[in-house]
Structure formats: C-alpha cells, structure tokens
Design a protein around this ligand. Structure first.
Ligand code: NDP
Length: 242
C-alpha cells in the first residue's frame, strides 16, 4: 500500500502535530512528495529537517480564506489531498460561545471547502481526497454538540464531492476514528471517569492508535482503494455494534 504512494504528490493539512504529522513522515518515508500545511513555523521547520527532499512545508492559517488561496497557488499538480486539520472545543452545550462555534466550523468544515475548491484544478485524474472526520459525526458524546455538527457537515461534504468529482475521476472518502490519543484526544479523554464508560462500549476495549488512522488514510490514498468512493471508514473497534 505505502509503496504504491512513492513518487506521488500529496498535500496534508494539520501537519504540525498529531495524526497529520505522523502521516507526513510516513508518506515521505514511502517516497511521496508531501506538501505539509501548518500554521506553526517551528513545527514545519522540524518536519522539513526530517526529510527536506520529500517534505515541502507550507505555512498558512487555514481560517484565513484569502491567505489560504494565495498560499495554495504555489502548489504543484497533486495525486492526493488529506484534509486533516481540526479543532475540538469540548464543553457543555450551555457553555459554548459564538467564538467556540465559529472556530470549529471555520477549521473543520469551511477550511476544508476552501482548500478543496482551491486545489481542485491541481488534482490529477485518478487522485484521492481523504477527509479526517470522526465517529462523533454520527454518534453523540457529552460536550461535543458543535464539534459533532462540524464533522457531520464534513461527512455530508465528502458524499457530495464523491458524487460531483467522480466525473473527473477523483475519489473522495473519509476516516472516522473514535478517540485517538494525540494532544486532542489526551486533552479530552485522559480522565478515566470519562473514558471508562466509552471504553466499556468498545469491544476491543481500547482507543485508536495514530498508525491505525494513518494506515486507513494510506489505503484510501492508494490505488488499493480504486473503487472506494463516497465512503467513511469507521475506526472504532466495534463501538457501533455494541
Ligand atoms: P491535534 O490537535 O494533535 O492536531 C490538529 C492539527 O490541526 C494541529 O497541527 C493544528 O495546528 C492543526 N490546526 C488547527 N487549526 C488550524 C488552523 N487554523 N490552521 C492550520 N492548522 C490548524 O489533533 P489530531 O491529530 O488528533 O487531529 C487530527 C484530525 O483528527 C482532526 O480533524 C480531528 O478532528 C480528527 N480526530 C481526532 C480524534 C482524536 O481523538 N484525537 C478523534 C477523531 C477525529 P496547531 O498545533 O497550530 O493548533
């Protein structure tokens, strides 16, 4: 699967940390050229120092519509796009502010729309778009009202784009993990009082590993999934059957 991606050109957002950071390194080690998008210069420098031949840093804050369009103008023809950047502000419904709502919608859905639309002319025939969604798009968790709504919107966008872009031979899919213990996952699920009841409903009795997410993304980017379009891969250890 990974060898299939050597010599491909793939853009990954949210490359500075967590899932995106691991994915960029994995793709680069497979021989892909990766355009790594992040808003933190130090994180991008660190990434480029890992493999300057394959990792091309691109500094931009995804919430700035016009700056994103300007920055992406420099991007070459692509074989893959991974819309991974995301924000989770987890609070009881009555405590969520307008700013909390806007921040999550700006990054988790509006930026995906903007990045994908801007890059569309650069996506070659046969390319693959992977959106990093969440099991929270379809299941309810306390404090997740706004976050879940952003990911439900993202799943809707995935399905609509799979339909519209099929004619251009571009596939669009998502991965939908349960908790992954990156910074985002640790911030929200480290308390055993909170994580215990969720784990009890996951037959495999553990959360998702970062490499399990990057493997699913690698599959969807590769030609091994050449007839998979408009799908979501739920990475949830059997949660939905429990
Ligand atoms: P992290 O918080 O570790 O990484 C998120 C990345 O998105 C960071 O690099 C962050 O940059 C970047 N980002 C956020 N806002 C912006 C912005 N305005 N411009 C550019 N980059 C931005 O989280 P994960 O790696 O866990 O999350 C990756 C994806 O996986 C997200 O879409 C998330 O919703 C999804 N997901 C995560 C789960 C989990 O439990 N961890 C579960 C299910 C889905 P910065 O460091 O500068 O903020």
């Amino acid at each position: 699967m990974w060898s299939d991606l050597s010599n491909k050109v793939i853009l990954v957002t949210g490359a500075g940390a967590g899932i995106g950071n691991a994915l960029v390194k994995q793709l680069a080690s497979a021989g892909a050229t990766v355009i790594a998008v992040a808003r933190n210069e130090a994180q991008l420098k660190e990434l480029a120092s890992v493999d300057a031949k394959h990792i091309k840093p691109l500094l931009v804050d995804l919430t700035n519509w016009n700056k994103v369009r300007e920055a992406l103008a420099t991007v070459p023809q692509l074989d893959g796009l991974v819309n991974n950047a995301g924000v989770a502000i987890i609070k009881p419904f009555e405590q969520l502010t307008e700013q909390d709502f806007d921040t999550q919608f700006d990054v988790n859905i509006k930026a995906v729309f903007n990045v994908t639309q801007t890059l569309l002319p650069k996506l070659r025939n046969g390319s693959s778009i992977v959106n990093v969604s969440s099991i929270a798009a379809s299941r309810s968790f306390g404090g997740h009202t706004a976050y879940s709504a952003t990911k439900a919107a993202l799943d809707s966008l995935t399905r609509s784009l799979a339909l519209e872009l099929g004619a251009r031979k571009i596939r669009v899919n998502s991965v939908n993990p349960t908790v992954v213990l990156t910074k985002m996952g640790r911030d929200n699920w480290s308390d055993p009082g909170k994580s215990g009841p969720l784990l009890a409903h996951i037959p495999l009795n553990r959360f998702c590993e970062v490499n399990e997410v990057t493997d699913a993304i690698g599959y969807l980017l590769s030609s091994k999934s050449s007839f998979v379009n408009g799908h979501q891969i739920n990475l949830e250890g059997g949660y939905s059957v429990s």
